[in-house]
Design a protein around this ligand. Structure first.
Ligand SMILES: Cc1cc2nc3c(=O)[nH]c(=O)nc-3n(C[C@H](O)[C@H](O)[C@H](O)COP(=O)(O)OP(=O)(O)OC[C@H]3O[C@@H](n4cnc5c(N)ncnc54)[C@H](O)[C@@H]3O)c2cc1C
Length: 516
């Protein structure tokens, strides 16, 4: 592995130093940096890492915080692309399966685990429906094999007995249950943590990662950065500019037209599901090949999603679930449960906007999920669409396009074999001297998180009822993960905020972590 002298630590002091360097460079002639990346979601952080690891100097400018946008509102699955196969998009499906393998085996084994996904066979799913699901799962196995991901990483799909279904999902309707089908896919501990890990790995390769810096007046050769904490504007000249502002890309590059689609999830306590250990996959009545999922999540929660609703009009910073979506998810979920859940059981909701390119007609559910790289005549490259799972390919394609547009060269892309901070193979991870919960969030860095407690056991206790997060983690987030305020701590470095009640209980702890 390449030796690098930079640290992976992001914090207020490093941000101030990097901003000062940019201010100084603005007074000198010539580009301040090789690549300016706009947007600190999974795509932008991926582009920053791709470029920095190819030896280019990089500024990543994010208007709010790392993972502030769509990247933190996903289902947190690392998809093998099964859904794309069903619509005949074999190329995208294969690309997804390959990238899933890269994440699970090389770049982020600590952040992605194998998740069994169970379809219970209830009277609502007849023999032909079950056969269709079985065929789909076999195709998923073929995809995995074609992507060379071994069954030791993701087991084969198979039929489940009735008892096995109830072990995975204890609250499933038992009357008329004929057994089930199981398929294995990847699940992220948390999507926002993937973004932070990418940005910190880019920082370790020298990238300047600047949150709370909004970009305006972007062109192929630079843009204006405004520090939203002070209001100061700094012109940045760059040899190449990549717009990765997701659903906001059209605000940065007005030639881009998107057709956002909202996806909503509900948050429950694990108690409501009696200890769910698989993704419970429920066919949506009256639709083929569309499902509602209940997914086990950290902090003893379950996420239930998701919807696909056209979301025209101005793009909000934080999208919100509608009542109709909440009702739809509850109604579909309850078709598979012994005792129905209600609004009283919902402890939170979250919604995100898919940055889909406008391709004209059709439902947003049918609009292609393939990513696109678009270059304007002045050389501004926009990368949009795709999904979390394929961020690495998107980043590689975007940087290659920027290099081509500006007639430049760089070392070949290395990210396929470049572990993110904290990554190690599964054998090494199983020996890290820290609780499993921390290893699944920090990998080998879990020991550094424990060290933040400096021997004080109180700093390793949960900071509030409803979460397992400790003060040591909050301190680590402030000192090494670029958290600048309570929102960064509660809503992105941790996901405490997905339950407003728990968030309120944890606020004082977040304030004291920031006070040092
Ligand atoms: C509900 C839902 C569920 C999903 N589930 C999955 C899943 O399970 N698996 C999967 O692989 N994919 C999933 N996806 C897709 C995936 O989440 C997105 O494709 C991906 O997160 C998009 O990342 P991005 O970096 O392109 O955009 P974003 O994450 O939105 O990042 C863009 C960033 O740009 C910043 N920005 C905006 N304007 C400016 C500006 N002027 N200056 C500086 N910064 C700016 C924003 O603050 C934001 O942080 C899901 C999507 C949705 C909506």
């Amino acid at each position: 592995m390449q030796q690098h002298s930079h640290s992976a630590s992001l914090n207020a002091a490093r941000r101030a130093r990097d901003l000062a360097a940019l201010r100084e460079a603005a007074g000198r002639p010539g580009p301040a940096v090789d690549v300016l990346v706009i947007g600190g979601g999974v795509t932008g952080a991926g582009v920053a890492l791709d470029a920095a690891s190819r030896g280019l100097s990089v500024v990543l400018a994010e208007k709010h915080d790392l993972g502030f946008g769509t990247s933190r509102w996903s289902s947190k699955l690392v998809h093998g692309g099964l859904r794309y196969l069903a619509s005949g998009a074999v190329g995208i499906a294969h690309e997804s399966a390959v990238e899933r393998g890269v994440l699970m085996e090389r770049t982020a084994p600590h952040l992605v685990r194998a998740l069994p996904q169970v379809v219970p066979l209830l009277p609502g799913t007849g023999a032909s429906g079950a056969a269709l699901v079985r065929t789909g799962f076999l195709a998923g196995d073929a995809l995995r094999i074609a992507a060379r991901t071994p069954s030791a990483t993701l087991p084969r799909s198979r039929r489940l007995s009735r008892a096995e279904v109830l072990r995975y999902a204890p609250t499933v309707e038992a009357a008329g249950l004929r057994g089930g089908l199981v398929f294995w896919d990847g699940q992220l501990t948390d999507d926002a943590r993937l973004v932070t890990a990418l940005a910190r790995t880019a920082a370790a390769h020298g990238a300047q990662v600047l949150t709370r810096c909004a970009v305006s007046d972007a062109s192929g050769n630079g843009a204006t950065l405004t520090d939203t904490l002070t209001g100061e504007s700094i012109p940045v000249r760059a040899a190449m500019v990549v717009n990765a502002a997701g659903v906001w890309s059209g605000e940065v590059a007005p030639a881009i037209t998107l057709r956002p689609s909202r996806g909503t999830h509900l948050v429950f306590r694990q108690e409501s599901f009696g200890g769910l250990t698989a993704g419970l996959t429920i066919p949506i009545p009256g639709e083929t090949n569309r499902f509602v999922f209940a997914l086990p999540a950290p902090d003893d929660r379950v996420y239930v999603g998701l919807t696909d609703e056209e979301a025209p009009g101005p793009i909000p910073d934080v999208p919100e679930a509608t009542d109709a979506e909440v009702d739809f998810l509850l109604r579909t979920l309850n078709t598979a449960l012994r005792s129905p859940l209600s609004r009283e059981d919902v402890i939170g909701t979250f919604a995100g906007l898919r940055p889909l390119l406008d391709t004209g007609s059709g439902r947003t559910a049918d609009v292609s999920r393939k990513h696109a790289v678009l270059t304007t005549p002045d050389g501004l490259v926009t990368v949009v669409g795709g999904k979390l799972t394929t961020y690495r390919r998107m980043a590689e394609d975007a940087l290659d396009a920027a290099l081509a547009a500006h007639g430049r060269t760089a070392a070949p892309c290395r990210t396929r074999n470049l572990p993110l901070v904290g990554a190690a193979d599964r054998a090494t991870l199983s020996h890290v001297a820290a609780p499993l919960r921390l290893v699944q969030r920090y990998g080998t860095e879990a020991v550094d998180v424990l060290a933040e407690a400096a021997g004080d056991p109180k700093l390793l206790e949960p900071i509030a009822p409803g979460t397992r997060t400790t003060m040591a983690e909050l301190l680590y987030a402030v000192r090494h993960e670029g958290a600048l305020d309570t929102g960064d701590l509660l809503d992105r470095r941790t996901r405490i905020g997905l339950s407003p009640e728990t968030r309120a209980a944890a606020l004082a702890a977040a304030e004291s972590a920031l006070a040092g």
